[in-house]
Design a binder for this molecule. Structure first.
Ligand code: NAP
Length: 252
């Protein structure tokens, strides 16, 4: 457990912060007196996000495109005068059945999914590190998923990217702790949350706002692994009876 973190007066970037969990996080950071930039791809979502939170600074960027990332970091640090919290939240999830899908389609979808969910997260982290290092107190929040622990059959690439995000996050945390850095590395591991990504699968679990409140409270308390709602029992089930969980995910 690290010491508590002050969660006001930060300069925050939330990728994919125009909808769902990202938008709820962005609004929660704003409400605590931070300056917040969000980015995403679609102009419609950006306009809608700005309507719900006029204080948000919005930028158009695709985190799966390396060419967008350098510009993103440059624009964010210019607009905010620095960067002290990076929230790597943007991701896509494609249902994919390899036995029935033409290889060219698998290549196309995997490229997009791995690019947005994993490669972009790693590249953006690297590009943002100099700005984060310059802040007196800083944080990286990587959004994984309970599916990082146990993959479901219907989204193999998504689950693989989330397992990789979890692994990358842990190793990065070790590196920064070993370097005695002031940057804390958090992992947010949501369970099923009611967003566009899970539309139609909603089974009365968490809202994005509940996830955001849990995340900011956990960060303030210095909890590096953030498991809201059912993510906590899911995590322990995975630790204690992995076989039972795997049998369930085989049909999910
Ligand atoms: N919802 C859940 O049940 C659940 C569970 C576990 C983990 N998670 C994780 O939580 C995070 C947020 O998920 P969510 O459910 O809030 O998703 P969502 O409602 O689909 O929102 C995703 C956001 O990311 C943006 N985005 C997608 N691809 C992008 C890209 N390549 N570059 C920039 N922005 C991009 C989207 O805007 P544009 O389309 O305009 O780009 C949107 O703002 C993700 O990392 C997801 O894997 C979600």
């Amino acid at each position: 457990m690290k010491p508590r973190m002050t969660l006001s007066d930060h300069r925050v970037l939330v990728t994919g912060g125009t909808a769902g969990i990202g938008l709820a996080l962005a609004r929660a950071f704003l409400a605590r007196g931070n300056r917040v930039v969000v980015c995403s791809r679609s102009a419609e979502r950006i306009a809608a996000a700005r309507q719900t939170a006029p204080d948000l600074v919005t930028l158009q960027a695709d985190v799966g495109r390396s060419a967008d990332l350098e510009r993103l970091v440059r624009d964010v640090t210019h607009r905010l005068g620095g960067l002290s919290i990076l929230v790597n939240n943007a991701a896509v999830q494609f249902p994919l059945r390899l036995p029935e899908t033409p290889a060219a389609e698998v290549v196309r979808l995997a490229d997009q999914e791995v690019g947005a969910n994993l490669t972009g997260l790693i590249q953006l982290t690297a590009l943002a590190l100099p700005a984060l290092r310059a802040a007196p107190e800083a944080a990286i929040v990587n959004v994984s998923s309970v599916l990082a622990l146990a993959p479901k059959a219907s989204a193999p690439v998504y689950c693989a990217t989330k397992a990789a995000v979890r692994s990358f996050t842990q190793a990065l945390r070790f590196q920064l702790e070993n370097a005695d850095s002031q940057i804390r590395v958090f992992e947010l591991m949501p369970p099923l949350v009611d967003t566009d990504m899970t539309r139609g699968r909603w089974r009365g679990e968490l809202t994005p706002e509940q996830v955001a409140a849990f995340t900011l409270d956990g960060m303030a308390a210095g909890r590096l692994e953030l498991r809201p709602g059912l993510a906590r029992p899911f995590y322990w089930l995975h630790r204690l009876v992995p076989g039972a969980l795997a049998r369930r995910m085989r049909r999910a």
